[in-house]
Design a protein around this ligand. Structure first.
Ligand code: URA
Length: 441
């Protein structure tokens, strides 16, 4: 079939077969399908959604458009598992989940990304550890996963290359927002990684990629349906991003919070709930536990007894970082020198938080990028972020403590943060909604 016939079929919402979709995707990689044609295909797909069979075919074709990881020759004595989050602010779950699951017997090639828009990126966080190589060659990834149980690393460009090209076209042609295309984009990279199970953390709320619950839920259903249809066991949790996850936002500062968590110190309850539940889902998917209760108990035990911390430390060392990051994180990861507490103009109780704005405040401190080419300041960010329902004010707690390097930037971040928080009068009884809203299977 000619490429233009494939595009016309999509435009007219006539179902395409696996062969035609495969031909189109191969053309993206070998260059025989041009950018204009990719854009037309994507726009037609935004306007005319695919049926499930087409969506699975597109995802599969993109997943196999480059190299695919095959772990069968590694004789691993456990399942290969991963988690993917649709992104948020303060989301450091991967840093605890990977070693917890590894400590429970899973193997976790945690393919992570950089910050996107207002959301932070796991790779940027890991890059705040001196010496840590977050984008090692494939051989090294295999070795570290096999020997240390987990590796938090960036996807190599050879995995699902069709997605890379298609995403760049979508980004500039107003065609990002399509359930079919988002599903295929996210899952193609995960399927190429040769997983035995995937858990999705699909976020909703002011700090999420999809703020509306219904839209986020539709994405979760689509991903779970296509993954399972394509042979990758998958469940999703719908989690709240109407507040920062945990108490910190930034890079090194988030790694410190994650390390404290692994040391069983200063654990934020919401961060704990979501980390344990996502980890437990993976144990179930990987058949490392029979029931969700058993899975949770295993995760908690391996966190409490320090094994998860040990796995994290070994992974960091194997990827070039210090060998004593758990005990000496203060020495290895220096934060910016100025600490500035932010108070609301009127004290009271936190009613709501515009989390997207908190993400922008991190960027204001150079903790995130405005342009792809920007260099990040890993030492800046926010600590002690107040949560919904908590008392704030000069006589109580601050909204947060900014950690920065430059007074002018700190001032600008302070203004953004103050505007992002809505404060109710003192005495108002407000509480946070549960962080996990629903499980999609
Ligand atoms: N993340 C991805 O990897 N792809 C999308 O299309 C959207 C978010």
């Amino acid at each position: 079939m000619l490429t233009q016939e494939i595009i016309i079929a999509r435009r007219q919402a006539q179902p395409l077969g696996e062969a035609e979709i495969g031909q189109f995707v191969r053309g993206i990689v070998d260059g025989s399908v041009g950018e204009g044609q990719i854009a037309a295909f994507c726009m037609a797909t935004c306007l005319n959604p695919m049926d499930v069979t087409e969506r699975v075919a597109l995802t599969r074709a993109m997943a196999t458009s480059g190299i695919t990881l095959d772990w069968s020759d590694q004789s691993l004595d456990g399942p290969v598992l991963d988690k993917h989050s649709t992104g948020g602010v303060g989301d450091k779950v991967s840093l605890m989940l990977a070693p917890i699951v590894a400590a429970c017997g899973g193997f976790v090639p945690m393919l992570s990304g950089r910050g996107l828009g207002h959301t932070g990126g796991t790779l940027d966080k890991m890059d705040s550890i001196p010496g840590y190589v977050s984008q090692p060659p494939l051989d090294k990834i295999r070795k570290v996963v096999k020997e240390q149980g987990c590796a938090i690393i960036g996807a190599t460009k050879d995995l699902a290359p069709a997605d890379r090209t298609m995403y760049a076209v979508r980004d500039v042609t107003g065609t990002v927002e399509s359930l079919d295309l988002i599903t295929a984009s996210i899952l193609s990279k995960k399927m190429a990684a040769g997983l035995d199970g995937l858990v999705m953390d699909v976020k909703f709320g002011s700090g999420a990629f999809m703020q509306d619950y219904g839209d986020a839920r539709a994405l979760a259903e689509s991903i779970v349906g296509v993954a399972n249809g394509g042979g990758l066991p998958c469940t999703a949790l719908m989690t709240d991003m109407d507040q920062v996850l945990g108490r910190t936002a930034g890079n090194a500062i988030e790694v410190r919070e994650a390390i404290e968590f692994l040391r069983n110190e200063n654990i934020d309850q919401r961060l704990y709930d979501v980390t344990i539940e996502l980890s437990a889902e993976l144990l179930l998917l990987g058949k490392l536990a029979d029931t969700i209760e058993d899975a949770r108990a295993k995760c908690v035990e391996n966190l409490k007894n320090g094994r998860a911390a040990h796995f994290f430390e070994r992974m960091v060392a194997a990827l070039g970082g210090p060998s004593d990051i758990i005990d000496r994180f203060d020495k290895h990861m220096k934060l910016a020198p100025i600490e500035h507490a932010v108070y609301p103009d009127q004290g009271g109780v936190v009613q709501s938080i515009n989390v997207r704005q908190i993400g922008y405040a991190v960027i204001e401190l150079d903790g995130g990028r405005r342009l792809v080419t920007d260099k990040i300041d890993h030492g800046t960010g926010m600590a002690a972020m107040a949560a919904i329902g908590e008392r704030v004010g000069r006589d109580a707690a601050p909204l947060c403590v900014i950690v920065g390097r430059d007074e002018v930037k700190i001032k600008r971040a302070e203004e953004i943060i103050k505007r992002a928080y809505t404060i109710a009068p003192p005495g108002e009884a407000l509480s946070s909604d549960p962080i996990i809203r629903e499980r999609i299977t």
